[in-house]
Design a protein around this ligand. Structure first.
Ligand code: TXA
Ligand code: MG
Length: 341
């Protein structure tokens, strides 16, 4: 049975590989692939992750190769439970409170690595901290339980492209480079997890699926902005999430041939001449907009337009994370590989 698994246990190059699409009932097979050092994309409630056994450096190395990540950035280690997370990291009072309130869910905690942490150095990029998350998606949970080890998983897209929210997005970017994608349908949240560092006073490293206001309410104090000397989340570099087309924010007028990404009922002038139009949420619902954001960006980009004009989106709640991703998309894809995750 094991021999029928087409996983290359040797070498750390990206492929070529035959990429299988696995139905949800094949979660056991997906877990076996991961345990044997394979690369398996899987759904979480935020976006699809590209998973590898976080305890094996040679498996983790394949993630970077498949994504064409130019540098070894630290990855999030996904685990099935708070108990499993506490074996990997040291949780202070704040971290415990946030884990109790938001796990399983779209929150990642960066904490000091536990002395016996099984997450390999490469997955932590040599840092003495570790990023941990207990995802809420039932398929992710079932997979992690069966793997029985932390699974390192960045978003399952090529470096510098928007994160995938469907199995089809994953295949567009990574077909032939990974062993399988576990297809759990479209993801519910649509934005990556919020990342909070608990290495002292809690810092917000990346806005995401849990709004800042909810985290601050749980902590009973405001989150600090990342200090200059604090460990950076390299995913925060300006060029992340860039589609091919130029993205312009706060569209007031649509020029002929441009694409429009709307929010709410407002119709900017020139809309009738747009090449393509999509709405993140007709009713102005930020959760719906978050879930649709990356898919709509991909869909408009795929029409071949040169410019995507994006309507203004409120900065409250999930709007902070949506605007953060849109600003990065608008910053464009830097030719500088250093900035290109
Ligand atoms: O929703 C998500 O978070 C998705 C799903 C798959 O879980 N994952 C995801 O991973 O967005 P990725 O690799 O695209 O983003 C992880 C971020 C990066 O910005 C990385 O630099 C940061 O987490 N990070 C990881 N470990 C860190 C550490 N020890 N200190 C600071 N930042 C860290
Ligand atoms: Mg990513």
């Amino acid at each position: 049975m094991q021999d029928s698994l087409d996983v290359n246990d040797h070498g750390s190059t990206a492929g070529p590989r035959r990429t299988e699409t696995l139905a949800p009932d094949a979660v056991l097979r997906a877990a076996e692939m991961l345990r044997r050092g394979g690369l398996v994309a899987f759904p979480t409630e935020t976006v699809y992750g590209l998973g590898a056994d976080a305890t094996r450096a040679e498996a983790v190395a394949r993630i970077y190769a498949a994504k064409e990540r130019p540098r070894f950035n630290p990855l999030i280690a996904h685990v099935a439970s708070v108990d499993a997370a506490r074996r990997e990291g040291v949780f202070d009072e704040s971290a415990l409170a946030l884990a109790a309130r938001f796990w399983p869910g779209p929150l990642t905690l960066v904490v000091p690595a536990a002395p016996g942490s099984s997450v390999c150095d490469l997955a932590r990029a040599g840092l003495d901290s570790v990023a941990l998350r207990v995802p809420a998606h039932p398929l992710a949970h079932a997979l992690l339980e069966r793997v029985g080890r932390p699974v390192a998983a960045p978003s399952a897209n090529r470096s510098g492209w928007v994160s995938p929210t469907t199995a089809a997005h994953v295949l567009t970017d990574l077909k032939g480079r990974i062993d399988a994608v576990l297809d759990g349908g479209p993801t519910a949240v649509g934005l990556e997890s919020t990342i909070v560092a608990c290495l002292g006073a809690p810092h917000l490293l990346r806005p995401g699926g849990v709004p800042r206001e909810e985290i601050e309410a749980a902590l009973g104090r405001p989150l600090l902005a990342p200090a200059d000397e604090a460990p950076r989340a390299p995913g925060m570099l300006a060029s992340h999430y860039a589609p091919r087309a130029r993205v312009r924010l706060s569209a007031r007028r649509i020029e002929p041939g441009e694409a429009a990404l709307l929010f709410g009922p407002d119709r900017p002038p020139g809309l009738e001449q747009a090449h393509a139009v999509l709405n993140l949420s007709e009713s102005g619902d930020l959760a719906e907009a978050a879930a649709r954001l990356f898919g709509h960006l991909r869909a408009l980009d795929a029409t071949g337009v040169d410019v995507i004009e994006v309507a203004q989106i409120p900065e409250s709640g999930l709007g902070e994370a949506i605007n953060d991703r849109l600003r990065r998309a608008a910053a464009g894809r830097a030719p500088d590989a250093e900035n290109n995750l």
